[in-house]
Every structure is written in C-alpha cells, then in structure tokens.
Design a protein around this ligand. Structure first.
Ligand code: SAM
Length: 284
C-alpha cells in the first residue's frame, strides 16, 4: 500500500511525505499526536495533522530558536521555554554550560513522553539537572513571573488549539514583564508566504512591537514547514540582534552547529521586500 502524510499549506496547495509506517498515535487531552517513519525525513512528529518536526530538518528550527539569542545576550543564566515538548530547543540550550536554570512549561505530558520514546536524539536532554519541567499552561505560568528570566523561547504550536493564546497581546506583555531589563524573547513566527499564515505573521509582529523596544524578524529555510520559508521573532528589551552580536565570544564557545553560524546570523535579519512590507502593515 502507498501511504502518504499530507498537510495543506493553503486550501489549494499541499505538501506530502511518503510514510513507511505509523509508529505512534494517541489522542491526548489537548491534541492528536502522531509519529511516522518516513524514508525521506526519518521520523516525523505531527500534532493535530500539522508537521512539528522531522528528524532530517529539525536542527534548522532548533538551532535558530536558540543560538541567535544566545550569541547576542552576554550573560544568559535563567531561561523560560514555553511549549517545546519535543525537547529540541532544550537540547540546544543545554549546550551552554553557563545557563543555570531552564524552566520549561509544556501543556501536554504525552508529547514529552512520546518524543522521549520515539525521538530520543531530539528529546536528548530531559535528564539535564538544570531543567525544571512543568506540565502546565505557559500562558498562566508567565502571568505569575516578574523580572526572572534572561531569555524566553516560545516554541509553540500554531495559533489554534492549546497554543492559540500564546499569540495574544496579553501573553507578550507578560513575557516582557517576566524578563530582566536586558532580556530577549524569541518565538516561532510562522511563514510569510501563504495568505492565512501571512496574516498571523503581521499580528505577531504588531503585537510584540507594542511592548518591546526592539522587535526584529529573522528567517530560515525549513523544508517541511509550509512553503519552506520560516520566520522567527527576536524581541528584546535592550540588545539589537546584529549591532550587539557577540561573534568572538560565541565562536570561542566552540559549539558545533549544522545550520547556524555567525555569517548567517548577520544575514538572516535581511528580509525580502515582500516580507518587510508584510511586517510594516500589521494591525494588532
Ligand atoms: N516546532 C514546532 C512547530 O512550530 O511546528 C513546535 C513544536 S512543540 C512540539 C509545540 C508544543 O507547544 C506542543 O508540544 C504543545 O503541546 C505545546 N503547547 C501548545 N500550547 C501550549 C500552552 N498553552 N502552554 C504550553 N505548551 C503549549
């Protein structure tokens, strides 16, 4: 039998991956969780029918979420990770010995359990002693925090289902308050290409700009996300991501990466004209 996993990029365009077999399927209290074995991309994690990661290209997303802010902030000690239940962002953070504490708030315990079982190279750092894993709602968690973190990473699902309120004004305001006065937030910022995703891009940028003095958007090529063109947000209380890049310090750490590098860091904030226009026209 010929099995294909298909995700609609828009009502009139879709992306398909050939499936060898289904390894896991479970309906949790929050979402449908599936893991497939595929010949092209290795194992693929799918939540509510949407590809979250594949073994073959997850390094791009997770390196860009983590190393971009880590190469800018001079002294990250405390981190809040919201969502991120697969463990990929956690794995990248754990490569920095100076980080002292990582609070990770994931709403769905079953995502963590499934990834630890079927995606062990992604979920590689759940035993790190610096991790404080909270199974709960990131929106409520961040409301209770004030001036606690150097870095917040919002590694969420798309703005539907449990992740919907991770894209609101209230949430971004609370993230701002939860950061120290020189803190940085990075968040997944969707794709600029297809119309419905592009509307979300506008809203995220307009909303973060309400609270953070510096809000920049950067990009990466991620083959299994809609259109392959993916954006990330860099919202900062003090540091500019390019002017304040600490290239020599980051290189001295000797962290080996497969996507991120210092030249790419400088270049990834240079956006195509249509994306610049999209970001300049947003309403909140
Ligand atoms: N890289 C991914 C992407 O954009 O395709 C994100 C992957 S990660 C698996 C997203 C996680 O966010 C999911 O495990 C989901 O359970 C979690 N999540 C969604 N809403 C949440 C909330 N309100 N609080 C905490 N975690 C949440």
């Amino acid at each position: 039998m010929d099995l294909w996993l298909t995700e609609f990029s828009s009502p009139d365009a879709k992306f398909s991956i050939r499936v060898e077999k289904q390894l896991y399927s479970h309906t949790s209290d929050f979402q449908q969780i599936d893991i497939f074995q595929t010949p092209e991309f290795g194992r693929v994690l799918v939540l509510d029918g949407i590809v979250m990661l594949t073994e073959k290209d997850e390094f791009i997303y997770h390196e860009m979420m983590v190393h971009v802010p880590m190469a800018v902030h001079p002294n990250v000690r405390t981190v809040l990770l919201i969502g991120a239940g697969d463990g990929g962002s956690l794995r990248e953070l754990c490569r920095y010995p100076d980080i002292e504490c990582i609070d990770m708030v994931e709403i769905d315990r079953e995502v963590v359990n499934a990834c630890r079982r079927f995606l062990p190279e992604v979920a590689a750092s759940f035993n790190d002693p610096r991790l404080n894993l909270v199974i709960g709602d990131g929106i409520s968690f961040v409301r209770t925090k004030q001036d606690e973190y150097d870095l917040i990473i919002v590694d969420s699902t798309d703005p539907f289902g449990p992740g919907e309120d991770l894209f609101t004004r209230e949430f971004y305001a609370n993230c701002y308050n939860a950061l120290h006065s020189d803190g940085i937030m990075t968040n997944q910022h969707e794709s600029p290409y297809y119309d419905s995703d592009a509307q979300i891009v506008r809203h995220i940028h307009a909303r973060t700009t309400l609270y953070f003095p510096i809000t920049k958007v950067y990009q990466a090529h991620i083959p299994t996300y809609p259109s392959g063109h993916w954006l990330f947000g860099f919202s900062s209380r003090k540091y500019d991501p390019v002017a304040d890049l600490r290239a020599e310090e980051w290189l001295a750490r000797g962290i080996e990466t497969d996507y991120y590098n210092i030249d790419l860091h400088r270049g990834c904030f240079a956006l195509p004209t249509y994306v610049q226009q999209l970001l300049s026209g947003g309403d909140v």
